[in-house]
Each structure stands twice: as C-alpha cells, then as structure tokens.
Design a protein around this ligand. Structure first.
Ligand code: NAD
Length: 284
C-alpha cells in the first residue's frame, strides 16, 4: 500500500524539518512530541519556513494553505494509528528510541512502516523493540532535512524488499535522493566523515597545521564547503564525539575509527563549538 499519511515522533531540529518536507510535498503529517509547548515551537518554525518559501515564490498560496492545514499536532501516541509511515526522530538514545517505537508498533496500522532517523545506532538493534521487524527501516535524513537532498535508507537485517521499495519510492516523492545502505556503523556518510574529523585533529595535534590552515586548505584546494574544524564546531563537539565513539564501538574498536583523546577533553571543558561560543574557534 503506498505511503500517504505520515507520523513523525519528535518535533526538534530533525522532526520539524522532516514534517516540513512532507507538508511542502503535499502529504498530510502528524507531529508527535511529549508536550504542547514543544510541539507549538516546532510548528512555529515550520510555519515560518513555509511562509518564507511562499514569499520566495517556491510555494503557491494554495500550496502554502494546504501544507498548513495538512499539519496535525499530537501528544497522544494513539493518534498515529492512521499513519502508513511513522518516522522516529527523538534524541539519539537507544533505550528511548526502542521505547517510543515499541509503543508505536502496538498502536499502528497492520501495514504501517516504522522508521528511525538515527545517525549512528544500529537499525537492527532498534528494530528488536517492534512487533514487525520486517516493516522496520532506517530513514536517515540530513540537517536541514528540507534542503539536504540525500536520504540514507538503511536496511535492517530483517527489513523486507517491499518495505525498502515503498520507502525508496516515498523518498523520491519528497524530491530526495534515497541511497540504500546496509546496516553498518555510521552507514555511508557518517562513516566517511569519521576519518575526515579524526585525521584533522591528529594533524593539528601532531603540529603539522593549525585548524585555520587545515580548514582553508580543504575549502580552497579541496573545494569543500566547510573545513573539518568549522564543521565540528557547527555540529557540536559533544555530538560529533558521541558519533565517533558509536562508530568506533560498532566496528569492535577498529583503530582507524578511534576518537582522539582531545575530543573528550574539549567535551569535559565545555568547549562544544558554536553552541557554547567556544570550540576550535571563538564565536561572539
Ligand atoms: N541534528 C542533526 O543534525 C541530525 C541529523 C541527522 C539525524 N539526526 C538524528 O535525529 C534524531 C533527532 O535529533 P534532533 O537533532 O532532531 O534532536 P532534538 O533534540 O532537536 O529533538 C528531539 C525531540 O524529541 C522529543 N522527544 C524526547 N523524548 C520524546 C518522547 N519520549 N516522545 C516523543 N518525543 C520525544 C524532544 O522533545 C525533542 O523535541 C537523533 O536520532 C539524531 O541522531 C540528527
């Protein structure tokens, strides 16, 4: 059965971005979170961004109004029982994800697909909490979800081909480029990104070059949009360190994914990047 109505659990950075994407492509969405204030905040950011798209001429007034009226907010999980697809975008904590998905799997339609937006946890491990593991999949959107074209569609060990086909097709209807991945640590992008960040820190600590130099070389000579230090400051040193640890553990401690101890020191010192105004760079 094709996907029409979508539920999104979590209305933070990713949840609200994914909901916006669904709405602006003409599908109805139910956004679920733990309380109304949080949901209202998520809704306001969505409406603001949709209005901006209309001002820029990228959504007609009719499309704008229809997108707004297609949004339903809920703090009751049972309201997601009308959805064909439920995407989980709660914080990156295994037990939390398993708990919300376990509950969702008890209320959802028989044919419903459950998806996780996890960045680095095992899709197969998360899926053990749901009743129908064959209908479970990873849909890894990138931030900001409405703008970034890539979606990694992650096949758990028991995910069926019909589930994969439906999700790949739906991602295309959202005008994304879905890429099918095996359920390996970091999938594709986050795995490639580990040595990008790790080696940059090692080069800095080996006193070969300073962050400013490395970022400049990668941008000017390598044509990267941002250098590894600017990017880590943007992502958050703590968030990036946690992803590195998860990928390193996922590969049973393979040394090529080992974090640098300095990352941990930065976290301990509260040097978390842009959000604390200090990371590899200072921000005012
Ligand atoms: N932020 C990114 O750049 C990014 C990119 C790709 C994937 N991800 C992944 O997306 C997921 C969400 O990340 P985020 O950055 O949007 O987090 P966030 O902290 O911005 O949002 C999480 C939301 O989940 C809600 N929540 C917490 N417990 C809940 C529960 N029991 N039921 C329902 N909602 C609950 C919170 O209230 C919050 O609104 C994580 O798994 C993260 O790894 C994040």
């Amino acid at each position: 059965m094709p996907i029409n109505k979508v539920g999104v659990m979590g209305s933070g950075t990713m949840g609200s971005g994914i909901v916006q994407l669904i709405l602006q492509n003409g599908f109805p969405a139910i956004m679920y979170d733990i309380n109304e204030d949080i949901l209202e905040k998520g809704k306001n950011s969505i409406v603001k961004r949709l209005n901006r798209l209309h001002e820029k001429g990228r959504l007609t007034l009719k499309e704008l109004n229809s997108a707004k009226s297609n949004l339903t907010l809920s703090t009751e999980m049972k309201d997601l029982n009308v959805c064909d697809l439920i995407i989980e975008a709660v914080p990156e904590k295994l037990e939390l994800k398993k708990n919300v998905l376990e509950e969702a799997s008890t209320i959802c339609k028989d044919h419903a697909i459950l998806a996780t937006n996890t960045s680095s946890l095992s899709v197969t491990q998360i899926s053990t909490s749901v009743e129908k593991t064959e209908h479970f999949i990873g849909m890894h959107f990138f931030n900001p979800a409405p703008l970034m074209p890539l979606v990694e569609v992650v096949k758990g060990v028991k995910t069926t081909s019909s589930t994969i086909e439906l999700v790949m097709e739906f991602a295309k209807q959202l005008h994304k480029t879905p890429v099918l991945c095996e359920d390996t640590p970091g999938f594709i992008v986050n795995r490639i990104a580990r040595p990008f960040y790790n080696e940059a820190i090692r080069i800095m600590k080996d006193q070969i070059a300073a962050p400013e130099q490395i970022d400049r070389i990668m941008k000017e000579a390598g044509n990267f949009k941002m250098g590894p230090f600017e990017l880590q400051d943007l992502i958050g040193i703590d968030v990036n360190f946690s992803s590195t640890k998860t990928v390193h553990e996922g590969f049973f401690g393979e040394s090529r994914f080992r974090p640098h101890p300095y990352q941990e020191r930065m976290v301990q010192a509260g040097l978390l990047g842009r959000k604390t105004k200090k990371g590899f760079y200072d921000y005012e």
